[in-house]
Write a protein that binds this ligand. Structure first.
Ligand SMILES: Nc1ncnc2c1ncn2[C@@H]1O[C@H](COP(=O)(O)OP(=O)(O)O)[C@@H](O)[C@H]1O
Ligand SMILES: O=C(O)C1=C[C@@H](OP(=O)(O)O)[C@@H](O)[C@H](O)C1
Length: 298
C-alpha cells in the first residue's frame, strides 16, 4: 500500500552557487547560467514526500526545486531516507492507546521468542509498565525458576505461575511477558483473556540460535549434559513446539516473524528487530480490536 504525504516548504535563502555546486554530483546542481553569478536570492522550495510501504520501513523522498526569474535553475534527484522505527512506534502507540483502554498485553510464545525483549520495547512505547510472570514467581518463592524446578518440581512452578497470572489479571496498563509454558493450562487463559494475548511466532532455528547464544542455564526444560548443546536444545524445543503449537494459536493476536522478514524482502528473521516486531504487534492488535469492534475510544 502506498500513501504519500507531500509537504511544500517555500522560502528564499541566499544561495552561493559554488557551495551548492560543490555537492556530490546528482544531489544538487545549478544550471550553467547561474554559475557566473555567485550570490543570488531565489525562491527555493523543498518537496518532502513520506512514502508509506506495507512494511515498517517507511522512507522520506526529498526533492528540491528552485526557480529564478520563472525558470528552473536548480533540481535535485529523489533522495530516500529511512524513517526511524522510533517515529513509527510512537505514532502507532498514540493511535492505539485509546482503543486499548488500559487493557494489558500478554506476550505468549516459546522460550527465546522475544516476549521479554519485545515486551519491554512495547511497554516503553505505550507508557505501560512491564512485568514478567517468571520474575513474579521468583520473587514469590525466593529462588530462581531453575532452582524451583529442581527443588519443588514443575507442577509446583505451574501453580505459582498461575497465581502470578491471576494477580496480573487484576492490573491495567501492563505489558506482560509470560513463561513459554503458560499456554498449557486452561486456567491461565482465563486470566490472560482479561487483556489481549499476543503470540510471538518465531521459527525454531531462530529460537535455538538465540538460546544457544545465551545458554540454557535459566531454562530448566532445556538443561542437558550433552557436549552438543545446540542439537539437544533443537530437539527439546522441537518437541515442546510440537506439543504446544495449537495452544499458542489460541492467542487473539499472532505476530509472525517470518511475515515481517518477508515484508523486508528476506527469509532471514535475524534481520527483524525487536522494534519492528513491536510495531507489527501494535498493527495486529489494532486489526484485532477493529475486527472485534472491541475498542471503545474515550
Ligand atoms: N528480534 C530479535 N532479534 C534477535 N535477537 C532477539 C530478538 N528478540 C529477542 N532476542 C534475543 O533472544 C534471547 C531471548 O529473548 P527473550 O526476550 O528473553 O525471550 P523470551 O522472553 O521469549 O524467552 C535474548 O538473548 C534476546 O536478546
Ligand atoms: O517453556 C516453558 O515451559 C518455560 C519457559 C520459561 O520462560 P521463558 O519462555 O521466558 O524462557 C520459564 O517459564 C520456565 O523455564 C518454563
Amino acid at each position: 500500500m502506498e500513501a504519500t504525504l507531500t509537504q511544500q516548504l517555500q522560502f528564499s535563502p541566499w544561495i552561493h552557487s559554488k557551495s551548492i555546486a560543490a555537492k556530490p554530483k546528482g544531489s544538487l546542481h545549478f544550471s550553467r547560467r547561474l554559475e557566473e553569478q555567485h550570490m543570488l536570492q531565489a525562491p527555493f522550495s523543498f518537496n518532502l514526500q513520506l512514502s508509506r510501504r506495507s512494511s515498517h520501513h517507511r522512507t522520506v523522498a526529498l526533492k528540491i526545486s528552485c526557480s529564478y526569474k520563472n525558470s528552473s535553475v536548480l533540481e535535485s534527484g529523489n533522495h530516500r531516507v529511512p524513517v526511524d522505527e522510533t517515529f513509527t512506534i510512537q505514532r502507532k502507540s498514540r493511535e492505539i492507546e485509546s482503543y486499548l483502554n488500559g487493557r494489558c498485553i500478554y506476550f505468549v510464545g516459546m522460550m527465546g521468542s522475544g516476549k521479554t525483549t519485545v515486551g519491554k520495547v512495547l511497554s516503553n512505547a505505550l507508557g505501560y509498565s512491564f512485568s514478567d510472570s517468571d520474575s513474579l514467581v521468583e520473587q514469590d518463592v525466593g529462588i530462581s525458576v531453575a532452582e524451583i524446578f529442581k527443588v519443588y518440581g514443575e507442577d509446583f512452578f505451574r501453580e505459582r505461575e498461575t497465581e502470578a497470572l491471576r494477580k496480573l489479571s487484576l492490573m491495567n496498563q501492563f505489558v506482560i511477558s509470560t513463561g513459554g509454558g503458560a499456554v498449557t493450562r486452561t486456567i491461565n487463559w482465563k486470566y490472560m483473556r482479561e487483556g489481549i494475548s499476543v503470540w510471538l511466532d518465531v521459527p525454531l532455528e531462530a529460537l535455538v540460535k538465540r538460546i544457544s547464544a545465551v545458554g540454557t542455564n535459566s531454562r530448566p526444560l532445556l538443561h542437558n549434559d550433552s557436549t552438543d548443546a545446540y542439537s539437544k536444545t533443537l530437539v527439546r524445543l522441537s518437541t515442546l513446539l510440537e506439543e504446544r503449537g495449537e495452544a499458542y494459536a489460541n492467542a487473539e493476536v499472532r505476530v509472525s516473524c517470518e511475515k515481517i522478514a518477508a515484508k523486508l524482502g528476506t527469509k532471514d528473521v535475524s534481520n527483524v528487530t525487536p522494534m519492528a516486531i513491536a510495531i507489527e504487534a501494535l498493527e495486529q492488535i489494532e486489526i484485532f480490536l477493529k475486527r472485534e469492534d472491541g475498542y471503545c475510544a474515550f
